[in-house]
Design a protein around this ligand. Structure first.
Ligand SMILES: Cc1cc2nc3c(=O)[nH]c(=O)nc-3n(C[C@H](O)[C@H](O)[C@H](O)COP(=O)(O)OP(=O)(O)OC[C@H]3O[C@@H](n4cnc5c(N)ncnc54)[C@H](O)[C@@H]3O)c2cc1C
Length: 394
């Protein structure tokens, strides 16, 4: 059983460079031109999903023996950074499969569960990760969804909130409490693999959000949802919280790298506009105050890229990387917010208009600082780890 993401390259550097090049072309030639259609429809068009499936994007991290591409952690994150150049909806639909669910299955799933789910996920079945609830978000160990044992079944009751892919998912990994005993809050959280066509499971209409159009979120309501005991991830109660937290470490790299990929796009947009727009008889890129904004954004982007590369190296070397994953998530997403803000400023009045792309970028990036652990939660994780290490030094 793995207890860390897959490390070690899955292909030689040259093959991976060619693969990345293919992804980059797909992103620029197919996904970016599809953005207006996504904005219009409010979801990804079927032809886009079909092409993403055909390219194997839903199975990036699924081991090859289960029909996936078997990318290592670094290869996966580098691929996500490329995909994140396009609107966040494209990454959102596949990253729950490739990040959260696949990590959870690889780390904690039984052989039977892997055989059942990994080929379906690699082929493009859409997964959702059900942790957050109406009364527990940052305090995820406070979740209330119950899974009561009933013979060789469990009966699930509860509501999951803001669940990415909730409205369209084929399966959801549900975190639920398997005992009400007065034990530490997370000691009885278990994870269940639940097909969304199970009777009693309903999916609410997609939430209306500030940005990230096409990345659908919504409630998943569980009312006496009966699942066989074989749906319990790993076949063991009480491991769900640990599994969720480990999946979140990978998720933090994924959100951090998404912020980096989108920051690159935003900065390029700002550069293009600055070299085209004229004021006082010259292009605004000639003004040193505009140059200062461009330079500050470049510095922050480079710092985020370097931090990500260093953290991934640690993970690949088998070193603990929880602190570093949180540093990347915190810094890259906060920097992305500032980079988008400066881009709006460089665009001037046009930056406030929906006709131009930076207004959308500005709204899209706001949530990077909220999901997969808010900035404040990353601060708490980092400080807790620092204090623990300091105490251990005596
Ligand atoms: C678009 C979107 C997609 C999402 N997708 C998913 C998904 O697929 N699956 C899923 O399970 N969840 C998902 N979420 C939920 C997301 O992970 C939570 O919204 C997030 O963790 C914050 O929880 P909350 O909304 O309950 O905020 P709260 O926990 O109520 O936090 C409110 C504020 O208090 C701060 N705060 C909380 N506790 C502390 C503390 N101890 N110290 C200091 N400050 C604190 C927070 O940082 C925040 O500023 C999604 C959310 C969004 C917006």
């Amino acid at each position: 059983m793995l207890d860390r993401p897959a490390t070690g390259r899955s292909m030689d550097a040259e093959t991976f460079a060619a693969f990345k090049d293919q992804i980059r072309r797909f992103v620029r030639e197919r996904l970016v031109p599809a953005e207006p259609e996504v904005m219009e429809l409010g979801q990804l068009p079927d032809w886009v999903l079909a092409e993403m499936r055909e390219m194997g994007l839903f199975g990036l991290t699924v081991p090859t023996e289960y029909g996936g591409l078997g990318l290592s952690l670094t290869e996966y994150i580098e691929t996500i950074t490329e995909i994140a150049w396009a609107a966040p909806a494209f990454r959102a639909v596949l990253s729950i499969n490739t990040g959260m669910i696949c990590t959870a299955l690889r780390n904690a799933g039984t052989d039977e569960q892997k055989r059942e789910w990994l080929p379906k996920l690699a082929a493009g079945a859409i997964g959702a990760f059900g942790l957050t609830e109406p009364d527990s978000g940052s305090d995820s160990a406070g979740l209330r969804t119950r899974a009561a044992k009933d013979g060789d079944h469990y009966v699930l009751n509860g509501t999951k909130r803001y669940i990415t892919n909730g409205p369209i998912a084929d399966m959801v990994l549900v975190m639920a409490r398997t005992s009400a005993e007065n034990l530490p809050k997370n000691a009885h959280v278990s994870a269940f693999l639940v097909p969304t066509d199970t009777p009693g499971l309903t999916r609410a209409k997609p939430d209306k959000k500030m940005g990230q159009v096409g990345a659908l979120t919504g409630d998943i309501v569980l009312e006496d949802v009966r699942v066989p005991a074989s749906a319990l991830l790993g076949g063991e109660e009480g491991r769900g919280f640990k599994t969720a937290m480990m999946a979140l470490d990978t998720g933090r790299f994924s959100v951090g790298s998404s912020a980096i990929g989108y920051s690159r796009r935003i900065l390029e947009s700002a550069l293009r506009y600055a070299t085209e727009r004229k004021a006082f008889g010259e292009t605004i890129a000639n003004f040193q105050l505009i140059q200062a904004m461009l330079a500050d954004s470049k510095v922050e982007l480079y710092a985020a890229e370097s931090m990500l590369a260093d953290a991934l190296r640690r993970a690949e070397d088998g070193l603990p990387f929880s602190t570093e994953a949180s540093c990347v998530k915190l810094f890259a997403t906060e920097a992305c917010g500032r980079i988008a803000d400066r881009a709006v400023q460089i665009y001037g009045g046009a930056g406030y208009m929906a006709e131009y792309e930076v207004e959308r970028f500005y709204r899209d990036v706001r949530v990077y600082r909220i999901y997969e652990g808010t900035t404040q939660i990353q601060q708490l994780v980092i400080a807790k780890n620092m204090l623990r290490e300091f105490a251990a030094q005596g």
